[in-house]
Design a protein around this ligand. Structure first.
Ligand code: HEC
Length: 140
């Protein structure tokens, strides 16, 4: 085997080593994705914008009637409600809830808001939380 052949192999080994390192860094972050401080930690990088896109669809079909298109609690159905939905986009609100708490409240509901556990998959719930975080960043 020539020297050139060996260095080619070496590069392949190095490249796959790097890929494994990057991948394990991403995966290591995954289990803690819902724990921790109230910052957006659902998914990293490019996967996050896909998730936010999914979340936007969910939000626009099931949540805007009460929460409003920007999440400010001013949707048409909120007008006659004795208890107004809080502004989800508000930075104070955002700071007082972890992703895990948002997931839990969307699952369980919070009267007069109904539970969405039967209508949304766990992935859709995480996605809508990602979108709520995006609404928060947009209004900061
Ligand atoms: C029927 C109107 C209505 C719909 C539809 C609705 N909500 Fe709500 N939501 C409310 C109201 C009212 C509150 C405030 C409840 C309270 O503070 O006690 C609320 C509160 C919340 C909160 C804050 C809970 C907290 O931690 O204090 C989140 C997050 C939320 N809604 C997410 C959603 C999402 C996501 C959807 C769609 C999947 C949705 N809501 C659909 C009325 C609604």
């Amino acid at each position: 085997m020539s020297y050139r052949g060996r260095s080619w192999k070496k590069r392949v080994v190095l490249a796959s080593g790097t890929a494994i390192l990057v991948l394990s860094a991403v995966l290591a972050d995954a289990p803690s994705a819902l724990a921790g401080p109230p910052v957006h930690r659902l998914l990293p990088g490019a996967m996050r914008s896909v998730q936010e896109g999914e979340g936007k669809k969910v939000f626009e079909s099931l949540c805007v009637t009460c929460h409003g298109s920007k999440g400010r609690g001013d949707g048409p159905a909120a007008r006659d409600m004795p208890k107004k939905p809080a502004s989800l986009a508000d930075s104070t609100f955002q700071a007082t809830r972890t992703d895990q708490q948002l997931v839990a409240v969307i699952k369980a509901g919070k009267p007069p808001m109904l539970s969405f556990e039967d209508q949304l998959s766990p992935a859709q719930i995480k996605a809508v939380v990602a979108y709520i975080r995006l609404l928060g960043r947009r209004t900061q």
